[in-house]
Design a protein around this ligand. Structure first.
Ligand code: SAH
Ligand code: SF4
Ligand code: F3S
Length: 478
């Protein structure tokens, strides 16, 4: 029997930065315990959180499929169960605990089930400890930095049958050549950077995802080329701050250059997430304006319109600088549609601060927005601030913000009436099986009647009705 050496997260390691990045071209080996796995070779994965976590899910699934396992949608029929967690706000954590409780009965019925919990929440020591104390039937806990080792972790668990905890807190590695099980045959996420160095004072991501590290441009382009050969219609370049792409490589690569190279590959639709306002430079604006296949729907989180709060958040721009950037973008990209993230109720945000946010929303004219009430995250600098504002006040402000945003969204929808939108058809509508659903170039959910053989294609749809968070249209035959 091997010695069970658990690795627990450590906040000091999580803070480390500026180590040289190692690129590892991994030669994945399947351990014999998995080749000869004695139970049905099935696995189930449930992911919470952002696109980075969904992309990680595709890697976990890719590794399991490489080892001969089959993904199943029914948790009861899976021999290995994965929960890939998020920690960005408290409610993301609550959802997980509900699901983990349900697993107790499954494990009691079949003690050979292997239950794995991974992702950002496991990078936090207290959450991890709570999980270990409360859900003793969990088999493997791993983090965001050792996904590439999941087959070896399973092998180790099969030999010890003891709970394994392997959560290194940071990484200076970029691991290439991992197999992927992509969730879509026509739209794909492509990582360009991992981690984040911004340390906004409210945010856990720099601690849960570690040091910012860029993939080499040639490796990203190789992955894109493969997706193009496989007829992918839409790709989204992913990073917590895509504008920082290349800065750590010191080989002259940057995001504008990378985006231009990807645009030249002629994907019908290219998106990127997430942009950081003060690093969004003019070269990037020019590339976006130059290529029709680069989406003009851009997510540019502002978080707040108050300079006092922006500074307390550690965001490195002012309200005026943000609005000036929006103006420069609109001048060169006339059909720009902006989306944003806003946090309401950062500690001690005053009514005056909040009015600045409403004013910014008015001026920036967002086509869509994700709004959140501030959630206190342990170990972040903002968690130490003594907050004098009541939760009721925050909720009341949140409602006012949503109301104003909805006015802007309605105005946007009114302009869309009778216009032709290009929709990448994804599926049959969940609510109405006679309708198809997909997203247009503005990331708006569109429903329309059509044949299922259109799934995976980009079609023209004339917009006829608006329902705030979705639109209904008619297919236009060419
Ligand atoms: N890297 C991206 C996304 C980070 S997480 C970016 O910087 O935009 C996505 C969003 O969650 C953030 O933009 C922010 O609006 C929100 N968020 C992050 N931490 C939060 C917290 N502690 N409370 C409430 N919202 C938070
Ligand atoms: Fe969090 Fe800020 Fe990094 Fe975004 S840029 S992930 S909000 S620390
Ligand atoms: Fe959540 Fe981690 Fe993403 S905290 S939002 S899954 S980076």
């Amino acid at each position: 029997m091997r010695e069970n050496k658990n690795i627990l997260p450590n906040i000091n390691d999580a803070r480390l930065r500026n180590r040289p990045v190692k690129i590892i071209y991994k030669d994945v080996q399947v351990p014999s315990s998995l080749l000869n796995f004695p139970y049905p070779k099935t696995f189930y994965i449930k992911t919470y959180g952002c696109q980075a976590n969904y992309r990680d899910e595709e890697t976990i699934a890719g590794l399991l499929c490489y080892a001969g396992f089959k993904r199943v949608d029914n948790i009861q029929t899976a021999s290995i169960i994965f929960f890939n967690t998020c920690a960005v706000r408290e409610n993301a954590e609550q959802k997980l605990f509900g699901h983990l409780g349900e697993l107790k009965a499954i494990k009691q019925k079949d003690k050979n089930k292997i239950i794995c919990v991974s992702g950002c929440m496991m990078q936090e020591r207290e959450s991890l400890q709570f999980l270990v104390d409360t859900y003793k039937y969990v088999s493997i806990i791993f983090g965001t930095h050792n996904i590439a080792s999941i087959l070896d972790l399973l092998d180790e668990y099969l030999s010890t049958k003891k709970m394994l905890i392997r959560v290194p807190s940071n990484s200076d590695e970029v691991v290439e050549n991992l197999p992927s099980y992509r969730s879509s045959l026509f739209k794909a996420f492509v990582n360009i950077t991992y981690g984040c160095n911004k340390f906004c004072t409210y945010c856990v991501v720099p601690y849960t995802r570690g040091q910012e590290r860029s993939r080499l441009m040639e490796d990203i382009l190789k992955e894109c080329r493969f997706l193009k050969e496989n007829d992918y219609q839409e790709i989204t370049l992913l990073g917590q701050n895509v504008n920082a792409y290349g800065k750590d490589l010191k080989d002259g690569s940057n995001f504008a250059k990378l985006l231009e190279e990807v645009a030249k590959m002629n994907f019908p639709r290219i998106k990127f997430l997430t942009s950081y306002p003060s690093e969004f430079d003019d070269d990037l604006i020019d590339v976006i304006a130059k290529y029709d296949n680069i989406s003009k729907y851009i997510h540019l989180p502002v978080q707040s319109g108050s300079n006092v709060i922006l500074q307390a958040m550690g965001r490195r721009y002012s309200k005026e600088a943000y609005l000036d950037l929006v103006k420069r973008m609109r001048a060169k990209i006339p059909n720009l549609r902006l989306s944003t993230d806003i946090i309401v109720g950062f500690p001690n945000e005053s009514e005056e601060d909040f009015l600045e946010t409403l004013d910014l929303v008015q001026k920036a004219d967002f086509a869509s927005a994700f709004t959140f009430i501030y959630s206190k995250r342990k170990d972040t600098p903002a968690a130490k601030i003594v907050d004098k504002v009541s939760y009721e006040t925050k909720v009341e402000r949140f409602k006012r913000l949503v109301k104003l945003l909805e006015q802007h969204i309605s105005a946007y929808d009114a302009k869309a009436m009778n216009q032709l939108h290009h929709v990448l058809v994804e599926s049959v509508s969940e609510k109405d099986p006679t309708m198809l659903s997909g997203y247009d170039e503005d990331n708006k959910l569109i429903h329309f009647k059509g044949d299922t053989n259109l799934i995976g294609k980009i079609v023209k749809v004339k917009i006829k009705e608006s329902h705030m968070y979705s639109l209904i249209g008619e297919l236009i035959d060419e």
